[in-house]
Design a protein around this ligand. Structure first.
Ligand SMILES: Cc1ncc(COP(=O)(O)O)c(C=O)c1O
Length: 383
């Protein structure tokens, strides 16, 4: 189905931060799929893990013990707030699981609450739960009716949020850094405020770290910057570095209703995905690796801020870690296309913003290269 429109570029090979098209032309990949290839393309340790598992066992049903799945879940729990993990194949499935956890929790405790608050500019995926939560006509037009039970308020707005909370409020879903919405970080103060208000009102805090999790912010999970812990969290994208994989993480208390038969997935948690995910986690959760991501992202930020000062067409550089956006005053789609023509891959987001999400293994040299391409293209737009 032509859901992605016309395409012009075909990539046939990838290595590290580079992609090669069918004419063997080299592109600097600062899109990483869409913030997916956390360890770049064809990382040798991931190839090894996948190859090894592919010779042993690809698929068994979740009706059987999958030791790698148990091991991976234990490792994720050790390195996060979570006590339990449900494995999925994508971000939107992880969101669906989290919505069920919220509703199930309030069913179990008979609170009578079932309403979920989300934020303007949010993107949680393309399934009906996600479409209903994000309330963005761009994605849901023509597919109505959506699910009931979602309310939306302005992002980073304490006052509106306070007003929206009622005795029906069961959960709050937020991306610590909005991706599709234009690379807009929630302020640390706002995240702390959400944690407090959730505690006071028996509301579950559900973070969507599908795009901003797994090292992209310079910490393993973005919530660590705010020194808060969620009750539920959706992850995907970077967790598999290109292998389709997602997960919904939860505390024991929040997932109290998730018992035998309450949820399932044919493929979620399959041995191939688990072997790759486990290796990704081993690499990314290493503190030296994360420190390097933090350092390189600060360097990138500083260079982009110089560009913001130099070019009046740049309204703002924003984001966090290696999830950065350049907001233009106009022509951002032309800007995005011209960067691509100059062999720098990027992805447009909402709010006149282009997104830069290089693999976490990006070098200072590659950052410098991207900066000179961005400057060249901005100069051409300015002329
Ligand atoms: C924050 C966020 N949540 C959920 C999703 C949906 O993930 P998927 O496309 O894997 O279903 C995305 C995808 O871009 C996302 O950025």
């Amino acid at each position: 189905m032509p859901t992605y429109g016309n395409k012009t570029i075909e990539f046939v090979k990838g290595r590290g931060c580079y992609l090669y098209n069918n004419k063997n032309e080299k592109y600097l990949d600062f899109a990483s799929g869409i913030a997916v290839n956390s360890l770049g393309h064809c990382h040798p340790r991931l190839i090894k893990a996948l190859n090894k598992q592919s010779k042993l066992l690809w698929h068994v049903s979740n009706l059987y013990i999958i030791r790698t799945q148990e091991k991976f879940a234990r490792e994720i729990c050790k390195k996060s707030f979570a006590d339990k993990v449900f494995f999925t194949n994508s971000g939107t499935e992880s969101i669906e699981c989290g919505i069920k956890i919220i509703r199930g929790y309030h069913t179990h405790f008979k609170t009578g609450k079932n309403e979920i608050i989300t934020f303007e500019g949010a993107f949680h995926g393309r399934t009906f739960g996600a479409l209903s939560a994000q309330k963005n006509k761009k994605y849901s037009n023509g597919f109505e009716p959506l699910m009931k039970g979602f309310k939306q308020v302005a992002f980073n707005n304490k006052k509106e949020l306070k007003k929206a909370i009622s005795d029906k409020t069961a959960g709050i879903i937020i991306e610590p850094i909005q991706g599709e919405g234009g690379i807009r970080p929630a302020s640390i103060e706002f995240l702390k405020f959400l944690r407090n208000i959730c505690n006071k009102n028996n509301i579950l805090l559900f973070l969507d770290e599908v795009q901003c999790g797994f090292g992209r912010s310079g910490k393993l999970f973005s919530y660590e910057w705010a020194k808060i812990k969620p009750d539920i969290m959706a992850v995907a994208k970077g967790i598999g570095s290109g292998f389709p994989l997602g997960a919904c993480l939860s505390t024991n208390r929040a997932s109290v209703y998730m018992r035998k038969g309450s949820h399932g997935s044919t493929y979620g948690g399959n041995p191939l995905a688990m072997s790759v995910g486990l290796e990704v986690l081993k690499i990314i959760s290493n503190q030296i690796f994360l420190k390097k991501v933090d350092n390189v992202s600060r360097y990138f930020w500083f260079k982009l801020k110089e560009i913001e000062n130099e070019f009046s067409i740049v309204e703002e550089v924003r984001g966090a870690g290696l999830l950065l956006g350049i907001k233009l005053r106009s022509n951002y789609l032309e800007f995005s296309e011209n960067l691509k023509k100059n062999k720098l891959l990027n992805v447009p987001a909402a709010d006149n913003t282009i997104r830069l999400a290089p693999p976490l293994i990006v070098s200072y040299k590659d950052i410098d290269k991207s900066i000179s391409i961005i400057k060249k293209v901005l100069k051409e737009i300015n002329d």
